[in-house]
Design a protein around this ligand. Structure first.
Ligand code: AMP
Length: 302
């Protein structure tokens, strides 16, 4: 089943543990789409300026990513510059230039309206809601957000969350949203806000899922070196949502499988700068690491 994503498309500059890279393509929607495209066809909604590399747009299309919803507007593409600390779970935004993303108003082409699987990457919750309003009958809705929107647009975010099934956020965002320090209490509070499933990203500590009374945790894949953590969360969400869209299986077992595929995609993207590693990846690489994840977490039951 086709998967729709709305979010940022960017040109990034990063100072990371593995060195630095300037002017690499990025943005949440781009990372999400590239990761998801290994599993299912993707429909992307975003905005770029004429400075965004044409060859990357062609590459996305080659990978089955529909760009009918990506507008080109006069002006610079969104630019983000970040620096990671020694502890790669912490990063500072050094510079942000919204460019054409500043007055982005997502407008879905008619061909996108029947999308059933949807991911609302981190943008203004009012815009995320406007995407849902343009869809005929969204069935599986995933959503991300960030501290800024939790602090500045809480009423709009809380309204949106009533229509979101799966919320994918990091631990700091979960604490801010729930106003609870403890992660279990925090999850219980968020599950009262609307989502039936909460996925908390804990950087190099992995992912923890809360759904009803059930809790499921997967570690991050142990890597010798993290070169550039940018996009790990978006690639997790891309692999997770796309495996659900591919299988149509949202049972507890289907969700667990999707969480491991998401973790696999997050573990690959950090191995090189920007989306470079994803562009070299094969489906065999993905399935091999999935098996490694399975043996990593296998526990004898007696
Ligand atoms: P992640 O590492 O998964 O949080 O995603 C990183 C991507 O998010 C980068 O490629 C940035 O271009 C993009 N990004 C950074 N800040 C923002 C923002 N305020 N809104 C939307 N996207 C952003």
């Amino acid at each position: 089943m086709t998967l729709l994503v709305v979010g940022s498309v960017a040109i990034d500059s990063v100072e990371a543990p593995g060195g630095r890279a300037d002017d690499v393509v990025g943005g949440a929607a781009l990372y999400f789409s590239l990761a998801a495209s290994f599993f299912t066809p993707v429909r992307m909604v975003g905005v770029v300026g004429p400075d965004f590399p044409r060859d990357m747009l062609a590459e996305l299309q080659r990978r089955g990513i529909d760009l009918a919803g990506v507008e080109e507007r006069p002006g610079p593409t969104f630019r983000w510059k970040g620096r990671y600390h020694e502890d790669v779970n912490v990063r500072d935004t050094l510079h942000l230039d919204l460019g054409v993303f500043g007055d982005f108003r997502p407008k879905l082409p008619p061909s996108y309206r029947d999308s059933r699987y949807v991911f609302l990457a981190n943008i203004d919750p009012v815009l995320q809601a406007s995407v849902l309003e343009q869809l005929n009958a969204p069935a599986v809705v995933g959503c991300d957000t960030m501290n800024h929107w939790i602090a500045e647009s809480r009423p709009a975010l809380e309204k949106l969350l009533k229509n979101v099934g799966m919320l994918v956020i990091n631990d700091e965002e979960a604490r801010l949203l729930s106003r609870e320090r403890n992660i279990v209490k925090s999850a219980a509070r968020i599950l009262q806000m609307g989502p039936h499933t909460l996925l908390i990203k804990r950087g190099e500590y992995g992912i923890i899922q809360f759904a009803g009374q059930s809790i499921f945790a997967v570690p991050a894949f142990p890597l010798e070196e993290v070169t550039d953590p940018t996009g790990a969360g978006d690639c997790f969400a891309g692999g997770f949502m796309a495996e659900l869209a591919r299988s149509g299986d949202t049972s507890p077992a289907g969700l667990r499988r999707a969480i491991v595929y998401g973790s696999v995609m997050g573990s690959f993207v950090v191995e090189d700068f920007g989306p470079r590693r994803l562009l070299k990846l094969t489906r065999e690489d993905i399935d091999r690491r999935y098996q490694q994840f399975v043996s990593l977490t296998e526990i004898e039951c007696r």
